[in-house]
Design a protein around this ligand. Structure first.
Ligand SMILES: [Zn+2]
Length: 181
């Protein structure tokens, strides 16, 4: 192979590689198969892994008088299209382009939050990471995604925001009476 031909081949290969990478990035998020979806309260559906983590989180929140309520879970492509169109017309909450939302994978939930100063929101900020949930869209405090592989539990003695957690002092165990032998 001549040097010029070799150079051209290298350029061609580089172009093909770049195209492949760009195509992979532009590919819409994979949909979740219906078999992996389960029903949750409120008539919504979620990926089964996200649903069981959400259930554990909801139970823990309830222990602290925080009621978590879902307003949106899994969305089919047509449902996402409708929401996106509403958003585009200025008639709805911000919604991702169809094919680009983790709601379509059943891994995102929208929760009733209230203000960012609400007890609910603050509890979520401090605790959701323990269950694999985190916020991914800065402008949407109600939108939480289940991302267990990249969401880490807090350091011992701290909450998810890094704040130190005051633990109640453990009540001392009653000392077993030692009978004289
Ligand atoms: Zn959402």
């Amino acid at each position: 192979m001549s040097l010029a031909l070799f150079r051209w081949s290298a350029v061609l290969l580089a172009c093909l590689f770049t195209t492949a990478v760009l195509a992979a990035e532009a590919r819409p998020r994979r949909k979740t198969k219906a078999a992996k979806l389960v029903h949750i309260d409120g008539g919504h559906r979620l990926h089964r892994d996200a649903a069981s983590a959400l259930q554990r989180m909801t139970l823990d929140a309830a222990k602290h008088d925080v009621a978590l309520r879902v307003t949106s879970g899994y969305r089919s492509l047509p449902e996402q299209r409708v929401l996106y169109e509403q958003y585009r017309r200025g008639r709805g909450n911000k919604a991702a382009r169809p094919g680009r939302s983790n709601h379509q994978r059943g891994l995102a939930v929208d929760l009733v939050i209230g203000k960012r100063t609400s007890k609910r929101y603050q509890w979520l900020e401090a605790n959701a990471c323990r269950f694999g949930f985190r916020r991914t869209v800065p402008s949407e405090p109600w939108h939480w995604e289940y991302r267990p592989s990249s969401t880490f539990p807090p350091v011992v003695g701290h909450d998810c925001t890094g704040k130190e957690v005051k633990r109640p002092k453990p009540t001392p165990e009653p000392v077993a009476r030692q009978d004289a032998s």
